[in-house]
Design a protein around this ligand. Structure first.
Ligand code: PLP
Length: 379
């Protein structure tokens, strides 16, 4: 089946004799056992829940993995991945990461004895040069957030394999519709499901998909041991949102392309960052590893005051930290999603104060462009 068909044709109710079209919400914490000395398929929802299982299996299919795991947030998914390491181990991470991931890496991991070092991962040779005997994992996003830098995932996976390291790719900005990190050689594909997977800003969730059975066992063990799984109702909402992933992303990406073109010609815009622009650094690599440019883009305005004015004057772009929803949003990353940057990252950080990040929704693109045009003219 092609991707669009996989989104709607899957076993939504394994084993249910009533064959409901939609996966039921098993809003139960426990399952009665037939025998006192053996468990049934499910026993306790922290360990496994039928609604969650359908979502996890569906995500494994969409990411071309073998097992999926749903978490209470993107951050619990990230935290789970870091739990694969132990005190003394080190993560080599690209410097352009979501601010919350940087907060976890800088503020929490040092307490566990895990060290994170930042590198410019847009060059795989540079990653390899920085690997130390303690390095266990390479952690990247591509396109990065908010600068939309491109990491060569295939080349990075080659380095990771050669040096016996795990490669974790946060695929939130692309979704499995546009990019499949496991196919490019990554060990772990991770999502903030709060973004495009959900698409409607009504779930906070995270997803991990892997291929390797031993890795899957470790991730499951941690998910169960730490009780970080997503609740049944949120799993249901995610399953519902996922069905329209392709139609949403097609519409959002179409709008994003036209908006990136519009911004590129406006005198009030200094620079546009969008992987779909042929002038974008890493554009050919992105074209080779992804099937589209997505619906997140950034641009620099004339200055910090202009950026603030554009964000506040907009009527259709709502000021919000997240991205991936059907409604368009605007944010100033240095003041919002990326406000908590640890000191060790500052050496690399070059997020301009005038940078605005847009997440493009499914509104009529003419309305979006005329709203932006008015705000830019007034700024
Ligand atoms: N990864 C990326 C790229 C993100 O943008 C975010 C949140 O914005 C996260 C992870 C964390 O996800 P959540 O907010 O669902 O915990």
């Amino acid at each position: 089946m092609k991707f669009a068909s996989k989104l709607v044709h899957f076993d939504s109710n394994p084993g249910d004799p009533l064959r409901p079209m939609v996966t039921p919400i098993y809003q139960t914490a426990t399952f009665e056992q037939e025998h006192a000395d053996s468990f049934g398929k499910f026993d306790y929802s922290r360990s496994g829940n039928p609604t969650r299982r359908v979502l996890e299996d569906q995500m494994a299919v969409l990411e071309n993995g073998t097992r999926g795991f749903a978490f209470s947030s993107g951050m619990t998914a990230v935290a789970n991945v870091t739990r694969l390491l132990k005190a003394g181990d080190e993560i080599l991470a690209d410097w352009d990461l979501y601010g919350g991931t940087a907060r976890l890496f800088g503020g929490v991991l040092p307490r566990t004895g895990i060290k994170v070092r930042y590198v410019d991962a847009s060059n795989a040779a540079n990653i390899e040069e920085h690997i130390s005997p303690a390095t266990r994992m390479i952690y990247v996003e591509s396109p990065t957030n908010p600068m939309l830098r491109i990491i060569n995932l295939k080349a990075t996976a080659v380095v990771a394999k050669r040096r016996g390291l795990l490669l974790c790719v946060d695929n939130s900005t692309m979704s499995p519709y546009l990019q499949n990190p496991l196919d490019l050689g990554a060990d772990i594909a991770l999502h903030s499901a709060t973004k495009f997977l959900c698409g409607h800003s009504d779930v906070t969730g995270g997803v991990i998909v892997v291929k390797d059975e031993k890795l899957a066992e470790d991730i499951y063990y941690l998910q169960n041991a730490e009780g970080t799984a997503l609740g049944p109702f949120d799993c249901y909402l995610l399953l519902r949102g996922l069905k329209t992933l392709k139609v949403r992303m097609d519409a959002q990406q179409h709008n994003a392309t036209l908006i990136a073109n519009f911004l590129s010609t406006h005198p009030g815009v200094r620079k546009v960052f969008y992987p779909g622009n042929s002038s974008h650094i890493g554009h050919p690599i992105h074209q080779a590893q992804a099937r589209g440019s997505g619906a997140v883009l950034s641009f620099t305005a004339a200055g910090a005051a202009a950026a603030k004015s554009i964000a506040e004057k907009s009527e259709l772009f709502r000021i919000s930290v997240s991205f991936g929803s059907v409604s368009s949003t605007i944010s100033i990353p240095v003041k919002m999603s990326h406000a908590s940057v640890p000191a060790e990252m500052l050496a690399f950080r070059s997020i301009p104060e005038s940078l605005l990040r847009l997440s493009i929704g499914i509104e009529d693109v003419d309305d979006l462009i005329s709203d932006l045009s008015r705000c830019l003219d007034q700024a």
